[in-house]
Every structure is written in C-alpha cells, then in structure tokens.
Ligand binder design. Structure first.
Ligand code: AMO
Length: 409
C-alpha cells in the first residue's frame, strides 16, 4: 500500500533531509512558548521531534488542542541538543483532525497514569513513546520467533480455537453454545500439534488461548498468547535445547542488555521440593517458587512427578515424567517435554487422570496410524515479554488485556 501509516516523511527520515523542504503528518505532543517562537514536540509512530513556529503561526498553533493530528511543512534544520538533533522550521500547518481538549490521560505528562486508566485508553496511551516501544518490541519478538522456528525447519500451522473437548483435561474452559451443542474455547493447541507431527514432523503455532481462571494476578490473563512447538523424533532434551536457543536469539536480536547466564541451570523437582520441605507429589506453589527463584534468571525444572503433569506426558519410570518447566525467577515461562505416542498407554493415562477415553476418540484414532515419538513445549509469550521488558504486570505488555474483571475496551 502506498502512503498510509502516517505515510510520507517521518521523524526518522529527518536526518537525511537536512536543508530540504518537507511535509509531515503527526500529532502535537506539547508546546513551549518562548517570545515570538513556539516549540512544538511532534509525535509520529517512529518517535518525537521538535518543530518551530514563529510570529503569527506561533500564536495560532497553541490554540490547537494537544494530541490533534496535523500536517506541517517547512525546512529541516540541525537542532540543538541530543533530544532533537533535527528540527522542522515551520512554514505552515493544517489541522487534519482536532482532539478533545480534555483527555483521559496526558501522553506528554511526566507523571504516569495508573495502569488501569492507561489500558482503558490504550490508543492514547500508545502515544507515549515508551509505551509504544513495548508493542514495537512485541512485534519484533514475534518476527524473531517466526524466523527462528521457520529457520529450524518448523512449519507454521493454525489450529481451531473452537473445540469440542478439553485439551488439557482441566476445568479452566470457557464453555459456550455452539448451535445447540456445548463447545469450548481452546486452552492450548496441544492435541492438534501432537497429531500434526504424524505428517508434518515439526510444527509451531503462535496464537491466543483462553482459560477461565478467576485468579486476578499480575501473571495470569484469561486470553493469553502462547508459542507452541511439537517435533517428531525429538526428546525432552532436544525440546529444552530448542527453547533455550530461542530465548537467547530473542535477547540477541532485540538487543536486550540484561544478562542471561551461559547455559540455563537444571534443577529436579525433588531438589526443590526437598528444599521447601514438601512431600513428593506436592505441587510447587507460587510462594515456594518465588522463594526458590529469588535472584535466579532462567532455569529448568525437570523430573516432575507424573501425577502433576497432564495425561499426554511421557512417564519416566513409575513416578516421574519426561517433562520440564522453564522458569525465570519464580515465574513459569514455559512447560513441555516428551509425550506419549503409544495408543494403549495414552488410553490408560487418560483413565488414570479420571478422564473418559471415549471423549477423546477423535484424538486417539491418530495414535493408531503410525504416530512418531514426539516432544514439544508451550511458552507464554506475554510472560516472556514481561521478563524481557522488566514489567511487574503482564497487562503492561498486552494491548487489550482480558481478565475476569475487564472485558472492555
Ligand atoms: P501450560 O498450561 O503450562 O502448558 O501453558 C504454557 C505456558 O503458557 C503460559 N500461560 C499463561 N499465561 C498467561 N495467562 C495464563 N492464564 C496462562 N496460562 C498459561 C505460561 C505457561 O508456562 N500444552 C502445554 C504446553 C506443552 O506441554 O506443550 C500447556 O498448555 O507461560
């Protein structure tokens, strides 16, 4: 598409246009009047820059409500100071669309509005350069993930989000009426991605999933994004190597400065449970993990009791499983491992988990058609971004977060 996206010359182009006459569109962030001059901080998707109006124009432009969308024209000149290396000495301007004079948040203010207010007014919130940067980073991370996985031989798939049975067998399902039949919103692509290894070998999917958990925490959403992979003939260790490689690649390509250790340490479930005085089989609560993970970066937890993992998890001996969680401090970023590929074993694990194999017959039939052994993982993208961008609340990195209290905007 030609033009569009605030088209034409943008703030980032100014340095190559010194001395030239240009026309730009963008929004007014703030004004500063100084004698006959008005200095205007202008914004566009690429950043902020300064424009200077003089005499009559200086008086006229301060009448325009801030955040209005305007067109300006003038000459590019070298500016003063680092903040504004190139400026536009204005010859004229035109208001394209005026903003209200009273705004719910002030993007130019040094004082941050509350997160809830910002989220409720997200389009305006994103006129704050730092907030916009979060989502430019998010877009870049998704691009890196796609490139990395595609480059590693994975095929991108997209599986349905309207489903008839629970993929994780849990209770956290949103149920709705589907032409008179009950249906659910997908909580994970688990069963589909496993089935697809039968023919496609290595698959990945980046999508939204839905979980009806009521807990309102800084790390849970009812609609979140997960990066899922599944690979035929891969073992748990291969899956762990892949996710570690991906996380490193994201840090490298996004030029994240905070350190990540040489190789992610690996702890067993039993080590952590013993440390916390838990009995074998007890789950590692948030409190236990916050305690254990304090001051730790990325690390894996392996050898989970099979009783704590979903029915599709490959057992290891009588009580353990071929599974792992990837953690950052006390926060779970991903979980995965090797899966069961044998029909009978899968049926018996379903029963052991109190689930009726009949409800999974559509899924189980694929296990009679030469299912290869396979491993994979699911990584919470929002949680990873939270860590990367040093945010305390998952809602900071999600455009329009959904939790049990918020359905709008
Ligand atoms: P799990 O249930 O651990 O595993 O989910 C995978 C990852 O998704 C993220 N996540 C969430 N993020 C935000 N809000 C939520 N409510 C939420 N729930 C989960 C977490 C978590 O580690 N099928 C398996 C994955 C696999 O084995 O391949 C699964 O869904 O970061």
């Amino acid at each position: 598409m030609k033009g569009g996206g605030h088209g034409g010359v943008q703030s980032k182009d100014l340095k190559s246009l010194e001395g030239k006459s240009v026309t730009l569109t963008g929004w007014i962030d703030s004004f500063r009047e100084l004698g006959k001059l008005t200095f205007i901080v202008m914004g566009d998707p690429e950043g902020n820059y300064q424009a200077i109006a003089r005499d009559d124009m200086a008086k006229k432009i301060v009448q325009v409500p801030r955040q209005s969308y305007i067109k300006i024209w003038g000459q590019v000149v070298r500016g003063q100071g680092k903040a504004s290396p190139f400026e536009v000495r204005m010859d004229g301007f035109e208001v394209i669309n005026s903003a209200d004079t009273v705004l719910p948040i002030d993007p130019a203010s040094k004082i941050k509005s509350e997160l809830a207010t910002r989220v409720n007014n997200r389009p305006l919130d994103l006129r704050i350069p730092e907030e916009r940067a979060v989502f430019l980073m998010r877009a870049k991370a998704m691009k890196v993930i796609r490139e990395f996985l595609t480059g590693s031989g994975f095929i991108e798939v997209d599986t349905p989000k309207i489903i008839a049975t629970a993929s994780e067998g849990g209770a956290e399902l949103f149920k709705f009426d589907y032409f008179g039949r009950p249906a659910y919103l997908a909580q994970s692509p688990q069963l589909y991605k496993e089935e697809l290894t039968l023919s496609l070998g290595k698959v990945f999917e980046i999508s939204h999933y839905f979980r009806a958990e009521k807990s309102n925490t800084v790390k849970h959403l009812n609609e979140f994004m997960s990066v899922d992979v599944e690979a035929a003939m891969a073992k748990k260790d291969d899956a762990m190597k892949l996710i570690e490689g991906l996380v490193r690649e994201i840090y490298y390509r996004l030029e994240i400065n905070h350190k990540i250790t040489k190789s992610f340490p690996v702890y067993t479930y039993e080590y952590i449970a013993n440390n916390a005085g838990l009995k074998f089989g007890e789950d590692l609560s948030s409190d236990v993990m916050n305690d254990f993970g304090k001051d730790k970066g990325y690390y894996f937890i392996i050898d989970w009791p099979i009783s704590l993992k979903p029915f599709y998890t490959m057992p290891k001996g009588d009580t353990l499983s071929e599974s792992f969680d990837l953690m950052y401090g006390g926060l779970e970023i991903a979980s995965g491992g090797q899966r069961i590929h044998q029909y009978e074993m899968l049926r018996s694990r379903l029963k052991a988990n109190g689930l009726d194999p009949e409800n999974f017959s559509e899924h189980l039939k694929a296990y009679r058609w030469g299912m290869p052994p396979h491993s994979g993982w699911g990584m919470g993208l929002d949680r990873l971004l939270m860590v990367i961008m040093n945010k305390e609340n998952i809602r900071e990195v999600v455009l329009y977060p959904r939790d049990s209290r918020h359905l709008a905007p």
